[in-house]
Ligand binder design. Structure first.
Ligand SMILES: [Zn+2]
Length: 386
């Protein structure tokens, strides 16, 4: 991997960002406007692929003229918009006059198909599921949702060689046994219960190994691999079984980046790197051991705030405990903004957990109400009067 090129790309990234998508709660209207301007650009073939349950247009953008077909789809879950932003950044990048040599190589080898915002009805409500309450990523077999039918139909029509299943994950996963949030998590989904490493899956693993290598340059120790238990109803697993080398990308959090704009930039870089690698068949130089060496995505090992060694008093006795608190995003009624509300997630020995913010409350006591599952509504004061 040509690190110099990716460093330059990273330095120039702000030139390509789609400035209207800086907050995660953008809606279909915002996409519609951007699609309109893409349609007037000869470089892109833009079509309406079909409609959502509530009749919102789902778009298909095609570019490149190679024989290898790539399919990328984002926001199958309506409240997972990070990759959608990055895809529009990529459209600006390919439309720019920069890095023409690198782009020409990709465009000669690949034909790239993009579905940004597969679930616009979910995005409208900033929710995971579609307007029927169906989780599109558990509908790969039944294909009851119009949105998932469109995805399957396009895959079959273009016989996608590679598929990028672009999601967001919660902020509370860590990269292995580190205190670091998993900013990007990858998976080469299994296509059967035995998790067989089929030739299709192997290619996906090799590509991920290379992408991990690149990301380590930018977000060291913030990359993880997702659990590969076979999920028979999910798209990644089925895509892999249908013969599309499938890569799941989960966009996670990074400290002090509530709107996940660094993660968005990492999506931009990793998708570009994937294009280049596939065009050059570079991923063939990596192996599955390198894939398996990526640390596991560890579930729920992080809190927004972790208070250690606080003293609590109850019925005249004192106890020492840790307290884990998360800040939930509570949406406004139009789902365009949010406020944060704290919740006490755990009380007890949390020594193996981590916090985005950690407070050592040794020698301090808690005054106020401490109740599991409730709003954190207390103060810490020094045990010793000053
Ligand atoms: Zn998702």
């Amino acid at each position: 991997m040509d690190i110099t090129f990716y460093s330059l790309l990273e330095q120039n990234y702000s030139k390509y960002t789609e400035k209207t998508l800086f907050h995660r709660r953008f809606k279909h209207d915002a996409i519609k406007k951007l699609i309109k301007s893409l349609s007037s650009n000869d470089f892109y073939a833009v079509k309406e692929l079909g409609r959502s349950v509530e009749n919102r247009a789902i778009y298909h953008i095609r570019f490149g003229h190679g024989t290898t077909t790539i399919l990328l789809w984002s926001q199958m879950h309506g409240n997972e918009p990070t990759a959608t932003q990055a895809l529009f950044d990529l459209f600006h990048f390919f439309d720019s006059d920069d890095f023409t040599k690198e782009k020409a190589e990709i465009l000669a080898q690949l034909t790239i198909h993009v579905i940004p915002m597969l679930n616009p009805d979910g995005a409208e409500r900033f929710q995971r599921r579609n307007a029927l309450g169906i989780d599109p990523n558990r509908d790969a077999q039944q294909l009851q949702a119009p949105e998932t039918r469109l995805l399957k139909k396009l895959r079959d029509r273009i016989q996608a060689d590679f598929g990028f299943n672009l999601h967001d994950q919660t902020a509370y996963y860590t990269a292995g046994n580190t205190p670091n949030p998993a900013t990007i998590s990858f998976l080469a989904p299994a296509s059967d219960i035995a998790k067989t490493i089929t030739p299709t899956r192997k290619d996906a693993m090799q590509l991920i190994a290379q992408l991990n290598d690149l990301l380590q340059e930018f977000i060291p120790n913030h990359v993880a691999k997702y659990d590969d238990t076979f999920s028979p109803r999910s798209f990644g697993d089925n895509m892999q079984a249908w013969g599309t080398r499938t890569i799941l990308v989960e966009s996670g959090a990074y400290p002090n980046d509530q709107e996940r704009q660094l993660t968005r930039k990492m999506n931009f870089l990793l998708i570009m790197a994937a294009f280049q690698s596939i065009a050059r068949k570079d991923y063939k130089n990596y192996n599955t051991d390198q894939y398996f060496a990526i640390p596991d995505n560890q579930k729920e090992k992080l809190f927004d705030r972790l208070i250690r060694n606080a003293t609590i008093e109850y019925q005249g006795s004192s106890y020492q405990t840790d307290i884990g608190i998360n800040q939930h995003e509570i949406d406004s009624s139009d789902h365009k903004t949010f406020t944060l509300q704290s919740e006490v997630m755990d009380i007890g020995d949390l020594s193996m957990y981590h916090g985005y913010e950690e407070i050592d409350a040794t020698g301090m006591k808690l005054v106020g109400k401490l109740e599991l599952g409730k709003k954190a509504n207390f103060k810490l004061i020094s045990l010793r009067p000053t």
